[in-house]
Write a protein that binds this ligand. Sequence first.
Ligand SMILES: *Cc1c(COP(=O)(O)O)cnc(C)c1O
Length: 504
Amino acid sequence: MHPLAQLDHKYLWHPFTQMRDWLKQEPILITQGKGPWLKDVHGKKYLDANSSIWVNLHGHSHPKINAAIRRQLKKIAHSSALGFANEPASLLAEKLVKLAQVGGKMGNSGSRGKPPRFPALTKNPQLAKVFFSDNGSTAMEAALKITYQFAVRTGLSKTPKFLSLDGAYHGDTVGAVSLGHVDLFHKAYHGLLFSSDKVMAPYCYRCPFNRAKPEREDARKYRQCRWECVGKVEQAFARQKKTGNPYAGFIFEPLMQGAAGMIPQPSGWLRQVADIARGNGALLIADEVMTGFGRTGVTCHITDETEVQVIEKADQVRLFATARVGVVPDVLCVAKGLTGGYVPMAATLTTDKIFSAFLGRYDEFKTFFHGHSFTGNQIGAAAAIASLDILASKPSIQARIRLQKAFQKSLRSLWQYSQVGDIRQVGLVMGIELVKDWRTREPFPLSAQVGFRICDAMARRGVLTRPVGSVIVFIPPYCTTPAQAAKTVDALGDSIREIFGRKR
Ligand SMILES: *Cc1c(COP(=O)(O)O)cnc(C)c1O
């Protein structure tokens, strides 16, 4: 075993990892990255098929981001936002606020082209203020405390209650876990958490209301239902209203729930539930930690269940999943891809209305009493500005469209395997759900560790990703080429054949 791997075994404790299993084999120890490639300490190269746990956007060692970080380093690495302003954080905040508007455009101005399928929500607010923090969990924690205080101060509620989705994952700090509904993570900390309500999330493949028989297609395409999932959201709001303490906030991962197993929402769901939540006076809190910065696709509107209509015009690109369906939330949380995946940094965006609830004479103590040592860090902000510039560039937009189509095409080859139950793609986020047999949808027990075994087999083939249970996740850096996309999908097909022995 490599001496560095020995040190790891001796001293490190890895996140979300059964360390007894970890200690049984030599870990892949990464020493370098270039574009979509990672290189380990023995010189073996791998495709980074999950963007180093969903953070990397433009590939590793991107010359523009590296240069931006180097330029910033020559000036200063960090000074505190407690008491002082700084250059890149100010510039970045302006950029984020502009990008977050549904009308906000990237690149050239002008609004030619087709109108969006849904008219903009009339009650859409303007996001106006940015609170910086360090990661997705802290972005959510800030959102939670801000909306809690806002609801109390404006008399909306003395004891604000929050509604979020079944399977939701919003991070690992105690507040963020309280808003989440992944039983496996939730149970362990039960006594530490405050209670929040959950409501059915759309999961067409395993929906009890979907009367369709399984087909060799994304379940959203052949589903037969009456939008019972939207009805459940309506009922939840109505039930809570009757208590006299309506929900203060509705928290959701838009278009695709990540850690729940890459579970996509059928077209139209988000708009309907956003309207319901607004109609009931709840603030919309969008967790775009995974979906932000172009992950869910390039265009401004979605034309049917799964296909996106590709508009190859820079001025119609929307970087947030909510914006793509014409929704501006009251609170928008971003992290993972904010700096292109180079430096930990997060942002919680909110409106002037919410911000104003924290204004007053000093001794009224309306201050937002919350913050971190590294809030508004200059290196992170400089990297983020460089990343946003790359995102706005035509070559990047075209590459994303090309890559999305390439995956769409390659993934079809996986339907030949009887263990492939559902293939879900939203933009450049993909989940392939493995089952015992697609005809029955029977799941593998978690203890069979099917996802991990498949991913180990893929690693031997030079493709790295991490499963969610029995769902294999692809969320590639945007610089991945169509040929590399095909290699990624082939590695999965070959691994399925290796692990399950035969194909049908
Ligand atoms: C990853 C993630 C988080 C938590 O972000 P961290 O940076 O890991 O704390 C929150 N919400 C969603 C949707 C995520 O995917």
